[in-house]
Design a protein around this ligand. Structure first.
Ligand code: NAD
Ligand code: DAU
Length: 339
């Protein structure tokens, strides 16, 4: 197997590379990544010089470069993680989200058509379903829930999903799509809730909770997401969407308090700030389809995963302290300065 993994220098893509190398040591993995602010080559340091691994720095929107790579490599599968992923940044500047998430996905699928790649897997998100009310815990997102997006980010991901289904129907491209809930774990960029709160708590800086802090997300340990994608790649049905989530709904404020407690700091660090524009209230996945068709179940309970994650950030300060200098400081001042 020769698999192209785009966005593999980011959070989930890098964890997927580590997962696949352990699970399928005979597979060749090619990582294509533009190395935006969110991509970090040091994350891949342990695999860069391995014989069955190749890293290529390219933009998925660069058709010529992408075709050139497909010309050189005969890929059996493409797994597309590459994306702009932070909702707050999409509210500030939608443009790059439309470019990468929509145009970039179509370039990759055109390459798959041209070079007859047997599988294109689109890594999507539960955010394409919009949000659920806080007072209806009985409601969950299924694969049949209509697409109904809130942010430029989720709209661009939904557009990519629609394009993928259109390529399947119109051109017969062998496509699968997965829509996962919020991931957490090692190597997540510190702009996202959990690593941001860990980094700020360690530095005893204010912990900026948006709005009431009562918004709910459905958290999944990143390895469980990787395992689900591996199962879909090998046993999933072409043309199908699979939701991924582990019935682990939590309020933002409870996550923040848990992090503060674990790190032995004061809850006085918690600071309520202005809400995110268009802030989705609640996400919750119904994973019945992937469970019944592919036997997937999450393996890491939140109580275990969050401790592993906090400990990882405590023990790997070098990784994120480099990241939170430079561009991140400007972003942080812009995003949180006047909130
Ligand atoms: P991330 O922001 O950590 O990483 C994105 C990676 O894509 C980075 O390495 C970046 O350099 C690369 N990239 C960005 N633009 C590119 C371009 N034009 N060409 C090539 N590479 C480019 O993202 P993540 O959290 O790891 O998310 C990966 C995928 O999973 C995304 O498609 C996202 O929508 C989806 N997803 C994320 C979550 C989550 O909780 N993080 C949940 C569900 C789905
Ligand atoms: O559901 C899957 C999605 O999860 C992915 O598709 C996205 O790529 C990923 O970024 C994530 O989106 P969210 O917007 O849910 O994640 P984020 O970590 O940005 O925020 C989680 C919640 O925490 C959300 O309700 C906003 C809130 N929040 C976030 C930050 C960064 C705060 O209260 N304070 C903050 O500083």
């Amino acid at each position: 197997m020769n698999i192209l993994i785009t966005g593999g220098a980011g959070f989930i893509g890098s964890n997927f590379i580590f997962y696949m190398r352990e699970r399928h040591p005979d597979y060749r993995l090619v990582c294509l990544d533009k190395l935006t602010y969110a991509g970090n080559l040091s994350t891949l340091a342990s695999v860069l010089d391995k014989p069955n691994f190749r890293f290529v720095r390219t933009d998925i929107c660069d058709r010529e470069a992408v075709y050139g790579l497909f010309e050189e490599e005969q890929f059996d599968m493409v797994v597309n993680f590459a994306a702009e992923t932070h909702v707050d940044r999409s509210v500030e500047s939608p443009d790059v989200f439309l470019q990468t998430n929509i145009i970039g996905t179509s370039v990759l699928m055109d390459a798959c058509r041209r070079y007859k790649t047997p599988r294109f897997h689109q890594v999507s998100t539960d955010e394409v379903y919009g949000d659920l009310p806080l007072d209806r815990p009985d409601l969950l997102f299924t694969e049949e829930t209509p697409i109904h997006t809130s942010s430029p980010y989720s709209s661009s991901k939904a557009a990519a999903d629609l394009l993928a289904m259109a390529y399947y129907r119109t051109y017969g491209l062998p496509v699968t799509i997965s829509r996962c809930s919020n991931n957490y774990g090692p190597y997540q960029f510190p702009e996202k809730l959990i690593p941001l709160m860990i980094a700020n708590t360690l530095a005893e800086k204010p912990l900026p909770v948006y709005g009431t802090g009562l918004n709910v997300r459905d958290w999944l340990y990143v390895d469980d997401h990787c395992k689900a994608i591996d199962l879909i790649l090998h046993n999933g049905r072409i043309g199908q969407v699979y939701n991924i989530g582990g019935h682990n709904e939590m309020r933002n404020i409870d996550i923040v308090k848990l992090i503060v407690q674990r790190l032995g700091k004061s809850e006085e660090l918690i600071t309520y700030v202005g809400d995110r524009a268009g802030h989705d209230l609640r996400y919750a996945i119904d994973p019945t389809k992937i469970h019944s068709e592919l036997g997937w179940l999450p393996e890491t309970a939140f109580a275990e995963g969050i401790v592993k994650t906090i400990d990882w950030y405590v023990n790997n300060r070098g990784w994120w302290e480099t990241i939170v200098s430079g561009e991140y400081q400007e972003y942080y001042a812009r995003m949180y300065g006047n909130r």
